[in-house]
Design a protein around this ligand. Structure first.
Ligand SMILES: [Zn+2]
Length: 291
């Protein structure tokens, strides 16, 4: 019942001026925690796996667990493949019924990005029920954030965004506006709000059509997150924050119970910690009770 793709969920969010949390998980314990937290808040949910855990656990296993959890949950849930540069893995995940695939060819020249993105869009259309996210401009790690934020060429060109969407048929767009992955090294990272507003106006000015994704949510101040959502960001990616919650809670539990050998209790402590962060993000993004 609650297995859905990202498009309709995010069109509703764009219309309602809130964002859906897209939370990266690296294992099944985390996946269950994220689902439990979103269900408690009655919030729509996007679960994401990046390429490394997807390969490690296997797309078929992740998709099967997702399906089992989502079918029993009272909320709509998407399973999304995050930042995949490998066309074959994009297709394999689509075959196992991930419901949203991100082909990230943003480091390629524009024409090649269009070609690869369109190839994944066509493949997913052939299967049906699977939507696709593309990226234009470069969302980097924090080590390159300042260079990218100051280099217009690395950010998403608004006119090219329109062309990109028209030529690829992509469902959802991640425009690079200066956000980055990891923990920001400055309390005020340079973000191009005007650029986001312009892209949003061009693509969704006449009504929601192409939902926009904000990458690199971890470490942004609450008022910055709210501003990005108000300007049209309807999918908000959070990864590093959840990794910290998981690893810190695991470390703290083991440190405090060094003589105990009970993995279930370690998992429980990690889950509780992840859930607290999900509650924080759902509250901030305004998606509570929007399921
Ligand atoms: Zn990202």
């Amino acid at each position: 019942m609650a297995v859905v793709n990202a498009k309709d969920m995010l069109l509703r969010a764009t219309e309602g001026k809130y964002a859906v949390g897209a939370f990266n998980v690296t294992n099944i314990i985390q996946m269950a925690a994220v689902v439990e937290a979103a269900a408690e808040k009655n919030a729509p949910l996007i679960i994401q796996t990046s390429v490394t855990p997807t390969r490690l656990i296997g797309p078929g296993v992740l998709a099967a667990v997702y399906r089992e959890l989502a079918e029993q949950a009272p909320i709509p849930i998407v399973l999304h493949l995050d930042h995949c540069t490998d066309l074959d893995l994009c297709k394999r995940c689509a075959d196992t019924r991930y419901t949203n695939i991100m082909i990230d060819a943003s480091k390629q020249i524009f024409e090649e990005n269009v070609r690869q993105t369109k190839e994944v869009v066509d493949y997913c259309r052939g299967i049906g029920g699977i939507t696709v996210e593309g990226e234009l401009g470069t969302v980097t790690g924090v080590e390159d954030q300042v260079a990218v934020a100051e280099d217009e060429a690395a950010l998403c060109d608004p006119d090219k965004a329109v062309q990109f969407v028209e030529r690829t048929g992509v469902d959802i767009l991640a425009p690079a506006i200066g956000t980055a992955h990891g923990i920001y090294r400055t309390p005020n990272p340079k973000l191009d709000f005007d650029r986001l507003e312009k892209i949003s106006g061009l693509l969704n000015g006449d009504g929601p059509r192409i939902p926009l994704v904000i990458h690199g949510g971890t470490g942004l101040k609450p008022e910055v997150v709210k501003k990005l959502v108000a300007l049209g960001g309807s999918k908000f990616n959070v990864s590093t924050d959840l990794k910290h919650a998981l690893i810190d809670a695991t470390f703290e539990y083991i440190s405090a119970h060094r003589e105990e050998y009970n993995p279930g209790k370690i998992d429980k402590a990690a889950q509780e910690s992840v859930k607290r962060r999900i509650f924080y993000w759902i509250d901030l993004l305004g998606c509570e009770a929007k399921a």
